[in-house]
Design a binder for this molecule. Structure first.
Ligand SMILES: CC(C)(COP(=O)(O)OP(=O)(O)OC[C@H]1O[C@@H](n2cnc3c(N)ncnc32)[C@H](O)[C@@H]1OP(=O)(O)O)[C@@H](O)C(=O)NCCC(=O)NCCSC(=O)/C=C/CC(=O)O
Ligand SMILES: Cc1cc2nc3c(=O)[nH]c(=O)nc-3n(C[C@H](O)[C@H](O)[C@H](O)COP(=O)(O)OP(=O)(O)OC[C@H]3O[C@@H](n4cnc5c(N)ncnc54)[C@H](O)[C@@H]3O)c2cc1C
Length: 616
């Protein structure tokens, strides 16, 4: 599987390179890299072994290396002359980066770093492509000068000979084993023993070790985390894509499959005529659209921040970090939940490999873990919200994406309930700010009672993660509302299209309202009649969107090859394709399977003989 994936990945990378040269010669590299990875990954159901090379190795060289280091390593990496990965996680540490055990000791005598993974738990473990594909990596290690720890640093390390691909002396490298999915990626392990690299192999754009061993600290230590921020932004886009693929498959299947008359004596309807089926499928279509728009917004913010960081302006890093965490978590959680719900909406055929929904789930699910495990990133955002609440209490202005927190903090009570979109959006924001206030009271009480900040974060973790989740909902719903209601290009839309968008906004806001009804009722009084009215509107808007469901998913414009699903093909010939896939199964090559003579027949004969004996 790995070699097939590498072959496909190389072919796709070549194709994309030629497309880029044709349509976007010398254009900005960020989009093709994204498109390249998404397109290659979409074409290789077992995952793209070049993904981390495209998304992290080349980017880290560009953003963390000096211009000279980019000339030496980055150009060759961008041109796929060398293939690398991002080797940060270890067998014993993934989340707590300050606990990483791999070490780089500076030898001023030879102006080299001596790299070691001192224990088994220090081995790098997980990096994509590390097992068999890569001949280089970015090796993340704790920097030591005269045995004094200086923090994390990144090193360009060649791990295999460029001609023979043999592991170099001092390198122990291989594949970590079968996974739930993405088995074409050859995630690997790497051990280094007294492995020497020249001083200039340490990426030194933001921090330096001078020849005599003097250390020049980075102006902002967190900028070394920037490669992860990029991938978090990319995950938001990638996982909304996975959800859109699953929604396309389930929608198309739901208008082909007929089952269970709604009226006695009537013909069996398409299953999408059942209201409960509409509730399973249509909200996921809308969620995919909502996250695609939010991810596009975040990507723009990343690009702007990356350019600012290049100019040594680090001011926008904290807001980008918070939003990248929020969107990476919300999109990966909601897409994996949504893909599984869509699989269940396709009955038994949803469980067939030929439907491809299981594989889409297996591709989407690890995003809840990699690039920062979701609960850990929610805690990050919870901490940031605590800091911003202190700013609110001090009357200071907040970052733009948190401005609503200041506004809501000034409200002594929630205004008269109207049920309008603005009312629903404000309700989610108001519940978020209420949660932040409660979390802050708990957190602050702990700090006041002499708990350390780290301990107070841990013991306030449930309230911090709730506040973070509601902040994510507020940001995503607010972005969708702005794009539908206040977009500058709204007048260019036909009234029919605007109506479809508004129906999607109505559905999204009502769905989020019901999903967080408990969180909202904690801070806002809403009567039973007002809630029942929203229930009616939910049923109504599902009915309104039903005729547009296929058109919206067709607009995602996934080629049948990308969907790779017998249930979701454009021509709708589901049963023919399911049967065609079944007949291709190796077990159908012979009428009598080999195991009959070898196992089944003796087993049945033995049982028959025993039965006869017991009768005698
Ligand atoms: C959990 C983390 C963030 C903890 O960071 P740490 O420095 O240990 O401590 P703090 O939480 O106190 O943070 C200090 C300070 O730094 C700010 N900050 C943290 N992260 C960032 C960031 N990325 N950008 C900007 N600022 C950041 C934080 O807000 C604090 O600011 P103050 O103002 O309060 O001082 C860290 O350990 C972490 O990120 N862990 C997760 C590790 C991870 O993401 N690993 C991914 C490995 S690569 C991978 O998975 C690849 C997958 C392949 C694929 O995608 O296919
Ligand atoms: C498919 C895949 C691809 C990957 N590719 C790469 C790669 O290319 N390069 C790379 O370097 N890494 C890669 N990783 C590793 C990934 O980044 C780590 O798995 C991730 O950072 C989590 O670290 P961990 O697995 O060590 O879990 P741990 O950090 O051990 O966490 C385990 C669990 O403990 C809990 N936990 C941990 N810390 C806290 C906390 N502070 N508060 C509360 N709970 C906590 C969480 O529930 C967490 O799920 C990949 C992982 C996967 C699954």
């Amino acid at each position: 599987m790995a070699s097939m994936s590498v072959k496909h990945a190389i072919a796709a990378a070549k194709k994309l390179r030629s497309l880029q040269e044709r349509f976007n010669p010398g254009g900005s590299d960020i989009y093709p890299a994204l498109m390249g990875d998404e397109a290659i990954t979409a074409l290789i159901p077992s995952g793209n072994p070049l993904s981390v090379h495209i998304l992290m190795f080349t980017r880290a060289l560009r953003e963390q290396g000096t211009d000279e280091q980019y000339e030496k390593f980055g150009r060759r990496a961008d041109n796929n002359e060398i293939i690398g990965t991002f080797a940060q996680t270890e067998l014993g540490h993934g989340t707590y980066l300050r606990g990483l055990e791999a070490r780089a000791d500076y030898d001023r005598g030879t102006e080299e770093f001596v790299l070691n993974t001192p224990k088994l738990s220090s081995y790098k473990w997980w990096p994509g492509g590390l097992g068999q594909t890569c001949n280089y990596c970015i090796f993340v290690a704790q920097l030591y000068i005269d045995n004094e720890a200086k923090g994390m640093a990144m090193f360009v390390v060649q791990i295999r000979d460029e001609e023979t691909h043999m592991p170099l002396p001092g390198v122990h490298v291989g594949e970590i084993g079968k996974k739930m999915g993405l088995n074409g990626v050859n995630n690997g392990f790497l051990g280094l023993k007294d492995y020497r690299v020249p001083r200039l192999n340490m990426l030194m754009r933001h921090q330096q070790v001078l020849p005599d061993g003097r250390f020049v600290k980075s102006p902002v230590s967190q900028v070394s985390y920037f490669p992860m921020v990029f991938v978090r932004c990319m995950v938001a886009r990638q996982n909304s894509n996975y959800l859109a693929q699953a929604a396309t498959i389930a929608t198309r299947y739901s208008v082909i499959r007929r089952q269970s008359p709604i009226e006695e004596g009537q013909p069996e309807p398409k299953i999408l005529e059942h209201l409960t089926q509409q509730m399973k499928v249509i909200p996921e279509i809308v969620t995919a659209v909502v996250y695609r728009l939010a991810a596009a917004n975040l990507q723009n913010m990343y690009n702007e921040t990356a350019e600012a960081v290049y100019r040594k302006d680090f001011s926008r890093l904290p807001e980008l970090h918070a939003l990248a965490c929020i969107l990476k978590v919300a999109t990966s959680y909601d897409s994996t939940y949504g893909i599984e719900r869509l699989r269940q909406a396709c009955g038994g055929h949803g469980y067939l490999t030929a439907g491809n929904l299981g594989n889409i789930f297996a591709m989407a699910a690890p995003a809840c873990t990699y690039e920062g495990e979701n609960s850990v990133l929610y805690l990050q955002v919870g901490k940031i919200l605590m800091k911003n609440w202190s700013q609110v209490l001090a009357g200071r202005e907040l970052m733009p994406s948190m401005a609503y927190i200041s506004e809501c903090s000034k409200m002594t009570s929630f205004p008269q309930w109207t049920g309008s979109w603005e009312c629903l959006l404000k309700a989610i924001q108001y519940a978020c700010v209420g949660s932040i206030r409660l979390a802050f009271q708990s957190y602050n009480a702990r700090v006041q009672s002499a708990q350390s900040q780290t301990a107070a974060v841990n013991y306030s973790g449930l309230e911090l993660t709730k506040a973070a989740e509601l902040h994510g909902r507020s940001y995503v719903a607010g972005n969708f509302y702005q794009q539908i209601v206040n977009s500058p290009n709204k007048h260019q839309r036909s009234p029919q299209f605007q109506k479809v968008l508004e129906n999607m906004l109505e559905l999204h806001l009502i769905q989020i309202f019901f999903r967080h009804l408990g969180d909202i009722l904690r801070f806002i009084r809403i009567t039973e009649d007002e809630i029942s009215a929203l229930q009616r509107r939910l049923e109504e808007v599902l009915k309104e969107l039903r005729p547009d469901a296929v058109a919206i998913t067709d607009a995602f414009d996934f080629n049948d090859k990308i969907l790779s699903s017998a249930l979701g093909c454009y021509d709708g010939n589901v049963y023919e394709r399911l049967f065609e896939a079944a007949l291709k199964h190796p077990l159908n090559r012979k009428s009598v399977p080999d195991f009959f003579e070898a196992h089944l027949k003796p087993f049945m004969k033995e049982n028959a003989d025993n039965a006869k004996k017991s009768k005698l």
